[in-house]
Design a protein around this ligand. Structure first.
Ligand code: GLN
Length: 446
């Protein structure tokens, strides 16, 4: 823990991944563990972990990188934090992100700009940019992020690490500050596959405090890791190598497909014909859910309250106007519009129907195949500041990760080489609750 804190002090001025570092409580906990000792089966006990700042941590400031929560000091822990603690993981701080997890570059944080671990002029990806950069730059061996449309996988890809978005329902969302409740999942970011498997086992499991939590056994994912993928059937959707995908990224993915073949798997082209509607469907559903979830930030119950107000209405309006950033307001307006009486059928209802078609595409492929592979993102990390003024370009760049959330499937990103000195991520998509097969393939590939 001391070495971690030293490392954070050394690289943080260049990376800016942390919103807060919990030095004294971390050292205290480490001291306690030193006295207790660590048994052979407690593989994660005593390891430092960083937590994305939209995960509620008792007694530790939790801002979701928003001015509106700048002073929110929770009186309870998210369920994942209870599991982190009972595993003996030591929380060393909270990690930067796009405000309320809305974004893909961490440039929407109200507080600071995190940099890519490989090149400090590039974005770290997002929205879990802090979680990815902190792991990739050696600040922590492990972090937690959240993924609504790609926010674990894309920053993992941009920073050359392993990021897992588990099956919807695998990990409790209780205490995750809600963005889009039907899409959000918490998951681990690590430097290798085994660490990731260990971490997922630690944070998973049924939770009665989350109405969408699944009553499923939690496998000991790391225990069953083997490099054997002989006879595995892998699908490569042609839509994932089509228009808008950078040539060099495509090259790395085709090489990865070759590697899987050499390891004894078959890799064949398939089609996910409705995936092209994913971005449109996502921005209706995610924004609609967000507009509802964010109603609770009213200047009364949480965080920021405007200084000047003459009546209650003004408290609400001014607190929200001053407290939320531009992107968050954009989503609230989009979501409120698509849910409004005259438009509900044309937008929200229609989006739900197309969401089912996207899920059915995946189900059809999984009748024959064990896994789906493709790029995680269409490009490698880009220059800081280069896309932020253009929301449409930002939205379109999530085309490869979004369908996975819409279908509730598990998806992960693992390092698959470089393009112009920046990491390329390979995305692996699995069947519902079959993270084990994904980890096995990733482990064989690594
Ligand atoms: N980039 C996507 C968005 O802005 C996804 C974010 C996420 O997964 N939290 O909504």
């Amino acid at each position: 823990t001391q070495a971690t804190l030293d490392r954070i002090e050394k690289v943080e001025p260049n990376v800016d991944a942390f919103l807060s570092v919990t030095k004294s409580s971390a050292l205290e906990q480490a001291e306690k563990i030193d006295q207790e000792g660590i048994s052979e089966s407690e593989l994660l006990k005593g390891l430092p972990i960083g937590i994305k700042d939209n995960i509620v941590t008792k007694g530790i400031l939790t801002t979701a990188a928003s001015k509106i929560l700048h002073n929110f000091n929770p009186i309870y822990d998210a369920t994942v934090m209870e599991r982190v603690k009972s595993t003996g993981l030591i929380t060393v701080g909270k990690l930067n992100m796009d405000e309320f997890a809305m974004g893909g570059s961490t440039e929407n944080s109200s507080f600071k700009q995190t940099k890519n671990a490989w090149n400090h002029t590039k974005v770290p990806g997002g929205s879990s940019g802090g979680s990815a950069a902190a792991v990739a730059s050696g600040e922590v061996p492990l972090s937690l992020g959240s993924d609504t449309g790609g926010s674990i996988r894309q920053p993992a890809s941009f920073n050359g690490i392993v990021g897992m978005k588990p099956t919807y329902g695998r990990v409790s969302r209780f205490g995750l500050i809600a963005f889009a409740s039907s899409l959000d999942q918490i998951g681990p970011l690590t430097r290798n596959v085994r660490d990731n498997a260990l971490a997922l086992t630690a944070i998973s499991g049924f939770d009665e405090k989350d109405g969408t939590s699944a009553k499923r056994e939690v496998p000991d994912f790391a225990k069953y890791l083997n490099g054997d993928i002989q006879g595995m059937k892998i699908a490569l959707p042609k839509e994932y190598l089509g228009e808008g995908i950078d040539e060099k990224v495509k090259q790395r993915i085709l090489e990865a497909a070759e590697t899987f073949r050499k390891l004894g798997a078959t890799v064949e082209e398939v089609s996910l014909p409705h995936s092209k509607y994913g971005v449109a469907v996502y921005y209706i559903i995610a924004s609609s859910e967000a507009s509802s979830n964010l109603q609770r930030f009213d200047g009364i119950r949480y965080g920021y309250r405007t200084e000047q107000h003459d009546n209650l209405e003004e408290v609400y309006v001014k607190s929200r106007t001053e407290g939320f950033g531009e992107e968050v307001k954009r989503r609230i307006m989009l979501g409120t519009f698509s849910l409004s009486a005259g438009y509900y059928d044309a937008y929200f209802k229609k989006a739900g129907q197309v969401r089912t078609l996207i899920l059915q595409d995946f189900q059809k492929v999984f009748e024959t195949y064990d896994l789906i592979i493709g790029p995680t993102a269409p490009t490698v990390a880009y220059d800081l500041g280069s896309n932020i003024a253009d929301p449409i370009t930002m939205y379109l760049s999530d085309l490869l990760t979004i369908p996975v959330n819409l279908a509730g499937l598990p998806g992960m990103s693992i390092p698959a080489g470089f393009s112009d000195g920046l990491p390329v991520g390979l995305q692996i998509i699995g069947k519902h609750f079959d993270e084990q097969t994904m980890y096995n393939a990733a482990f064989a590939f690594e």
